[in-house]
Design a protein around this ligand. Structure first.
Ligand code: SF4
Ligand code: SF4
Length: 91
């Protein structure tokens, strides 16, 4: 397996447990801006829920699985270019 493939494999897979889809707990929501992203992968590495996936598409380097994202804001805090805004849920 190449190093590149290993880097984009998820650390873990979020899935529904006894608490259901835990994204419903969220009061703030991370919003990704592809134009500011420098592809450093820090958000992917630090997300405690493993809900950030590196897709490396033209229109988006990452995707966020909102079914399980709890809106903790860590991805936004660690992003060096402010490519992830944290906004109130529902905006
Ligand atoms: S807000 Fe928290 S749970 Fe949601 S993607 Fe960012 S780091 Fe992961
Ligand atoms: S931390 Fe920011 S710049 Fe780095 S991959 Fe994530 S969104 Fe892109």
């Amino acid at each position: 397996m190449s190093d590149e493939v290993k880097q984009v494999l998820p650390l873990a897979k979020p899935m529904e447990g006894v608490s259901g889809k835990t994204g419903t707990w969220r009061v703030t929501k991370p919003v990704f801006h592809n134009d500011k992203c420098v592809k450093c992968r820090l958000c992917w590495l630090y997300c405690p829920e493993s809900v950030i996936e590196i897709v490396d598409r033209e229109d988006a380097f990452i995707t966020i699985n909102y079914d399980y994202c709890k809106g903790c804001g860590i991805c936004s805090d660690v992003c060096p270019t402010k490519a992830i805004d944290l906004v109130p849920e529902g905006e």
